[in-house]
Design a protein around this ligand. Structure first.
Ligand code: ADP
Ligand code: MG
Length: 242
C-alpha cells in the first residue's frame, strides 16, 4: 500500500440548475478519519461519490486534489450506501470480487482473516439473498477492507447493524484502517464521536466543524467526552431539522 495522502475537496454541486450544496471546502487529513454527518438529502453521498470519481446526478464545479499530487481515484476503496453485492455470488466470491475482476490471485489468508473478523464464518458459501441486512452489510465491509487501499470512503457502513455488532465493527475498522485516509458518512452522532479525528456537519449552507474528543480512536462508548460530543452533535442536527 502507498502512503495515505491528505485530500482537499473544494466546490459546489447542482442538480438541474438547483444548487445542491453551496461552495464548500472539506479537507481529509492524511491517515485520519473524517466523519461527515448531516440530514438526509443534504448531499453527503454525492460528496463521497465525487471523491471516488463515481457518477452522481449532480453537476460538480470544483476540484478534488491529493496533497501528493497523485490521482485519487486509483487509490480509493469505496463502500456504497447500498451494499451492491452480486446476487449470484457467494459471500467469499463477493468479498474477493475486486481481485477476480482484475484477474489477480485472491489473497486467501487476508480473505479468511476478514471473514473471521466480520463474523461471517457460518455464511461463506451463502448467496446475498440468504443473508440478513446486517450480514450483507458486513460482507460489503469485508469486500471494501479486502481492497487494502490508502484512501477509504465509507457511506453509512454500519447503519444496518445491531448496536453491539456496530460497536464491534467500528472497533475492527478503526484497527484495520489505521494510517489510512478515511471518510465516513454517517447519520449516527455516537459513531462520529467514537471514530472521528475530524467531524463535519453538512447542511445546504455548508459545513460546520465540531471538535472531536481528544482520546484515541476508537473511543469508549461510555467515556464522558464521547457522550458529550455525541449530544453536542445531536443537538446541532436537531437544530438543523427544526
Ligand atoms: N442520480 C441522481 N439524480 C438526481 N438527483 C439525485 C441523484 N442522486 C441524488 N440526487 C438528489 O441529490 C440530493 C442529495 O442526495 P445524496 O447525496 O444522496 O444525499 P445524502 O447522502 O446526504 O442523503 C437529494 O435531493 C437526491 O434526491
Ligand atoms: Mg446518502
Amino acid at each position: 500500500m502507498t502512503l495515505a495522502p491528505s485530500i482537499t475537496f473544494q466546490g459546489q454541486a447542482s442538480i438541474e440548475g438547483r444548487q445542491l450544496f453551496a461552495p464548500l471546502t472539506l479537507c481529509l487529513d492524511a491517515g485520519r478519519w473524517t466523519c461527515l454527518l448531516g440530514g438526509s438529502g443534504v448531499g453527503k453521498t454525492t460528496v463521497l461519490r465525487l471523491m471516488a470519481d463515481l457518477p452522481t446526478g449532480a453537476d460538480f464545479d470544483g476540484s478534488i486534489v491529493a496533497t501528493d499530487g497523485l490521482p485519487v481515484v486509483d487509490r480509493v476503496a469505496y463502500m456504497a450506501q447500498d451494499d451492491l453485492l452480486m446476487p449470484w455470488a457467494s459471500v467469499e466470491k463477493n468479498i474477493t470480487l475486486g481481485a477476480q475482476l482484475r484477474g489477480q490471485t485472491v489473497d486467501v489468508v487476508r480473505m479468511e482473516r476478514l471473514i473471521t473478523r466480520c463474523g461471517l464464518q457460518d455464511h461463506r458459501t451463502k448467496k446475498p439473498s440468504e443473508l440478513s441486512g446486517g450480514q450483507r452489510q458486513r460482507v460489503a465491509l469485508a469486500r471494501t477492507l479486502m481492497e487494502d487501499k490508502p484512501i477509504v470512503l465509507l457511506d453509512e457502513p454500519f447503519s444496518a447493524l445491531d448496536a453491539q455488532t456496530r460497536a464491534a465493527m467500528q472497533n475492527m475498522a478503526a484497527e484495520l484502517l489505521q494510517g489510512r485516509t478515511v471518510m465516513v458518512v454517517t447519520h449516527d452522532p455516537g459513531e462520529a464521536a467514537r471514530l472521528g479525528h475530524a467531524i463535519q456537519v453538512m447542511t445546504p449552507a455548508g459545513l460546520t466543524a465540531v471538535t472531536p474528543p481528544t482520546a484515541a480512536v476508537p473511543r469508549a462508548v461510555d467515556a464522558l467526552e464521547t457522550l458529550t460530543c455525541q449530544s453536542q452533535l445531536l443537538t446541532l442536527l436537531m437544530g438543523q431539522a427544526a
